[in-house]
Design a protein around this ligand. Structure first.
Ligand code: ADP
Ligand code: MG
Length: 295
């Protein structure tokens, strides 16, 4: 065995794959540049550390279930002047995660709520925080099933563990009694422990209609908003901008004279409605929520 072959076997055995892959070029470079022993070792190990870090980040990104990968650089703030960029800069510092504070992005469809929440999640993951993305509908369906199967506590841990939980599209579909109660429990359990980034097409005043009950809506908002930042986006849908340019749609502010249309909640019921989604489900054990009888 040549020394190189011996090295390769050893690196492989130790699982130092990145160094193994670059061994020949690292040695060749070193013979040209003649770095100090310390610099050479530093370069060798940095190569492995960098590779591990990107593997780790890739795994974390996959675990986060993001619907797409977009960052802040891909967001055209010029298109959305209602967004206060200083507020975004502050969020990008990720202080809100350290403080277990929440972020709520409100606005009509297509204005970039999901894009910005994904960008925040990506930044959080890059800084070593765990993040998990779920639509409100899938989250409540999943926890509702766990509840009926008597494993709610265990399942809830999946949504309590990550430092950042992104709940997308709150309000597109109304929640039934159990959904609202489960949502309340989740928000209460994360309160002051982990951040929630939530997007909604409904302004806070309309949240009673999401939960079908103003008392529970108030209790949820109370906990959600106690430590929070609200980004209220009032503008055009980015998805429609090219079609508007082609004259297929009038500008949204042309007939109302307002620059910032916030469509009425009823006009935004744009998802397929689940059969029986608003009907209270039969439950096998009591769930507790404010204003709800548990018997
Ligand atoms: P929302 O969640 O508010 O409905 P999305 O975040 O899904 O909107 O945005 C719709 C699409 O338009 C996405 O592909 C998103 O990346 C893009 N988009 C929205 N706003 C902007 C923007 N200001 N700059 C660049 N892309 C944008
Ligand atoms: Mg969205």
């Amino acid at each position: 065995m040549t020394p190189i072959e011996r090295l390769q076997t050893a690196l492989n055995g130790l699982g130092l794959k990145a160094v193994e892959a670059r061994l020949e070029s690292l040695l060749e470079e070193a013979s040209k540049k003649e770095p100090s022993y310390a610099d050479f070792l530093d370069e060798l190990l940095s190569c492995e550390v960098d590779a591990r870090r990107s593997r780790y980040l890739r795994a974390r990104l996959q675990l986060a279930h993001l619907p797409f990968l977009k960052n802040f650089d891909q967001f055209d703030f010029g298109f959305q002047p209602s967004i206060d960029e200083r507020q975004i800069q502050e969020l990008r510092s990720l202080r809100f995660i350290h403080e277990a504070s929440n972020v709520v992005l409100l606005g009509p469809p297509g204005v970039g709520k999901t894009h910005l929440s994904v960008a925040l999640a990506e930044a959080a993951i890059q800084s070593g925080f765990g993040a998990y993305f779920m639509t409100a509908h899938d989250l409540v369906t999943d926890l509702g099933r766990a509840y009926r199967e008597g494993r709610l506590d265990r399942r809830m841990r999946v949504y309590l563990a990550p430092k950042v939980l992104i709940i997308d599209e709150m309000g597109y579909l109304p929640l039934d009694d159990m959904g609202a109660t489960i949502f309340f429990q989740l928000v209460s359990a994360r309160y002051e422990r982990g951040s929630i980034i939530l997007t909604s097409n409904k302004s806070y005043g309309d949240w009673g209609s999401i939960f079908g009950d103003p008392i529970i809506a108030t209790a949820i908002l109370d906990r959600l908003l106690h430590h929070s930042t609200t980004i209220n986006i009032r503008g055009e849908s980015y998805r429609l901008k090219d079609r508007r340019k082609a004259g297929l749609f009038p500008r949204a502010d042309q007939d109302s004279g307002r620059a910032a249309p916030f469509l009425s909640p009823d006009s935004l019921q744009n998802g397929p409605r689940r059969p029986g989604s608003a009907a209270p489900r039969k439950t096998s054990a009591p769930l507790t929520a404010p204003g709800r009888s548990t018997d």
